[in-house]
Design a protein around this ligand. Structure first.
Ligand SMILES: *Cc1c(COP(=O)(O)O)cnc(C)c1O
Length: 339
């Protein structure tokens, strides 16, 4: 076993209920794009629906088709653009499409996207609506960082869609669902919070969220570096005095990125620093002394939050989570499904 990725669907269900309480009656749509942010789309979608989510959101038609096979009667919304060939597939599979252009396809449910300030996908004005249009939406650029700007976007959306209250109106992502009441409308599209990660980069417990993913491995080998000896490519870490290091059988090919040098993991419960260059399949940690091969290591989990790695890498938990490779050629994936 190189490493083990455990997915706690009980925690995911509790996160769904926490979000539903925050939403005070608005629907919760589970965003499971990018293989549920690396957590496993089918497992996470099933758990989210079981706990009260009423639709699934993905980025691409192929992602939606995989889910359609598993969840025949469920609403599935494709949020990214669909190619012509994919529109036909979406029609056959009874998906719903988000449309950001003037042309509204026929025979498939459509949610029209307005650009109220994200400056990315979306129309600046509503097009002529056809009977295919069942929803109207926008996406917030700063719900996690600049609430004032998010409020401006919400007000633009409200003004533009005021006469359309018979359609499903949806704006909120996780950050807005948790902390921006006026963005709730009819439904919120929540991703990161389902997985128990803070959209604000803070301790998820501050919003009542529980991390769903944990990632563990073992020390494959402990090695004594004599003063002046180094570990890893480029000799980025040179021991100043005799130093024990533990070699972990996990590297950037598994999603433990090269810019995580300097972060910490827990070895036998104690925090230890990652030293030297992270390589494709191996990572070194500094140890106070020898440990036996097989000593347990928590990369992500209790006492070692993903948010902390994100800070060291100068990125978001979104990006780190998507990059964790839990395919069977790299890791053992364990799904815990206690109610
Ligand atoms: C990914 C995405 C979301 C979910 O955002 P979170 O911050 O993960 O909750 C919502 N809406 C759209 C359009 C998205 O692309």
């Amino acid at each position: 076993m190189r490493s083990e990725i455990a997915i706690d669907l009980g925690a995911l269900r509790r996160n769904v209920r926490t979000l539903l309480r925050a939403l005070e009656g608005a629907e919760l749509w589970a965003v499971v794009k990018a293989n549920a942010y690396g957590h496993g789309a089918v497992d996470c979608a099933g758990a989210a629906l079981g706990a009260g989510a009423t639709a699934l959101c993905v980025a691409t038609v192929p992602e939606a088709l995989v889910l359609r096979a598993e969840f025949p009667g469920t609403r599935i919304l494709v949020m990214g653009p669909a190619a012509n060939r994919e529109v036909a597939q979406a029609r056959d599979a009874e998906l719903a499409l988000v449309v950001s252009g003037d042309e509204i396809p026929e025979g498939v449910a459509v949610h029209v996207k307005l650009d109220t300030g994200m400056g990315r996908w979306g129309l600046s004005e509503l097009p002529a609506l056809t009977r295919e249009v069942v929803g109207v939406m926008t996406h917030l650029a700063t719900a996690d960082s600049d609430v004032e700007y998010a409020r401006v976007q919400v007000e633009r959306f409200r003004a533009a869609t005021e006469p359309l209250s018979h359609l499903q109106r949806h704006v909120a992502n996780s950050a807005a669902a948790l902390r921006l009441a006026e963005a709730r409308f009819d439904a919120a599209r929540c991703g990161i919070a389902l997985y128990g990660l803070s959209p604000f980069g803070e301790d998820p417990a501050a919003d009542g969220l529980e991390p769903v993913l944990s990632w563990t491995t073992e020390v494959a080998q402990a090695k004594l570096l004599r003063a002046g000896e180094s570990t890893g490519y480029g000799r980025l870490f040179v021991a100043e005095r005799d130093t024990w290091v533990g070699i972990l059988p996990v590297g950037y090919a598994d999603g433990f990125r090269r810019d995580l040098t300097g972060t910490e993991v827990r070895v036998g419960g104690e925090r230890r620093r990652v030293v030297g260059a992270v390589s494709m399949d191996a990572t070194a940690v500094e140890l106070p002394g020898p440990v036996p091969a097989g000593a347990p290591v928590t990369i992500v989990g209790r006492g070692m939050p993903l948010e902390e790695h994100a800070r060291v890498a100068g990125t978001l938990t979104y990006e780190l989570a998507c990059g964790i490779d839990s395919s069977p050629t790299r890791a053992r994936r364990v799904v815990m499904d206690a109610a």
